[in-house]
Design a protein around this ligand. Structure first.
Ligand code: B1M
Length: 266
């Protein structure tokens, strides 16, 4: 008897909940009251919205919001700093807490690639600063940050030879020699892969051509002390700083054996 009454109450509750859910779903799919898309909250600015769309892997919506931001006058680096980087850092934290998994990371990465295709500047015509061979080091397939750095360097007047990701140390050296590059740029996000960065510099030294190239390093796993330890010429926190670092190395060279550090670590 008691359990029957209890069940009736629950059935009633379930009906109410179901009715509310139906209303909510209708509102989400065609929101005529709020005239907003599902992720859009009242006080959410466009950067926050873009961050959410990236984390949700909503590439088309992310692209639209990013384009809107650029139309309003935001720079591509604003988009990177205020939406892409925070979104990916947040996903990284969730990944560590087992609240997000590889498929979500991959969807978010695809959304970022769409955003980058839409907002990253083209190469600068009529300016030639030098040639950069860039890639993500061996064992590491993370390429978003490296792509951003490559785009910003290209946009500021560098010729870029992008080796992609998971690049063997020997390949950096062989291509840099063959192409007569001025700078070798190595990105790394994966701690176990950091050790291969050292191999690039060691091979240059072994061949007696260390002074022919500036070696610059960066990426979430790499910190200034590591740049110093492996004998790199510079470390940059982000893509803007990487441009300043490369400009400085080519214009002024390096006065001491210490790497030039552009930006604050963490
Ligand atoms: Co992975 N992943 N991931 N992941 N992933 C990290 C890096 C991690 C920190 C997540 C975590 O645990 N919190 C962790 C590494 C831990 C560590 O070793 N320290 C991790 C792991 C463990 C892994 C796998 C091993 C997971 C697994 O399989 N179990 C695996 C590794 C695969 C491999 O590489 N062999 C893996 C795989 C992946 C995906 C494929 C799913 C995807 C990558 C997709 C892609 O890149 N196409 C992915 C992603 C998306 C991430 C996070 C969430 C985001 C990375 C990112 O794109 N950030 C990342 C967590 C995090 O970073 N907080 C994580 C945004 C980007 C704009 O920032 O690349 O730092 P970033 O670039 C910045 C600056 O660092 C700088 O400029 C950029 C901005 O202006 N910069 C440079 C970058 N390169 C530079 C070079 C320079 C100068 C500046 O000079 C040359």
């Amino acid at each position: 008897m008691v359990s029957k009454a209890f069940m009736n109450v629950n059935i009633k509750n379930a009906e109410v909940i179901a009715a509310n859910l139906t209303k909510a779903c209708k509102c989400l799919s065609s929101c005529t009251v709020h005239k907003r898309k599902p992720s859009e909250g009242r006080a959410v600015d466009d950067f926050e919205l873009l961050k959410r769309y990236i984390m949700e892997g909503e590439d088309e919506r992310a692209r639209e919001v990013a384009l809107k931001l650029v139309e309003k006058g935001c720079t591509p680096m604003d988009v990177v700093r205020k939406a892409i980087k925070p979104a990916m850092d947040e996903l990284g934290r969730r990944f560590e807490r087992l609240e997000a998994f590889l498929p979500e990371l991959m969807l978010a990465a695809e959304a970022v690639q769409e955003v980058l295709k839409a907002v990253m500047p083209e190469g600068k015509q009529g300016i030639y600063k030098g040639k950069v061979v860039i890639g993500t080091i061996y064992g590491d397939i993370h390429d978003i940050g490296k792509n951003i750095v490559a785009s910003m360097l290209r946009a500021s007047g560098y010729e870029i030879i992008d080796l992609g990701s998971d690049v063997h140390p020997d390949t950096f050296v062989e291509v840099a020699k063959r192409e007569g590059a001025n700078i070798i740029g190595i990105s790394c996000l994966l701690t176990p892969s950091m050790y291969y960065m050292r191999d690039v510099i060691k091979r240059l030294a072994d061949e007696g051509i260390r002074d022919r190239f500036h070696v610059v390093v960066g990426g979430a796993a790499v910190y200034p002390e590591w740049a110093k330890e492996i004998g790199a010429d510079g470390w940059a926190k982000d893509a803007d700083k990487a441009v300043q670092l490369c400009d400085t190395l080519l214009e002024k060279g390096k006065k001491s054996r210490e790497p030039l550090i552009f930006g604050e670590w963490r």
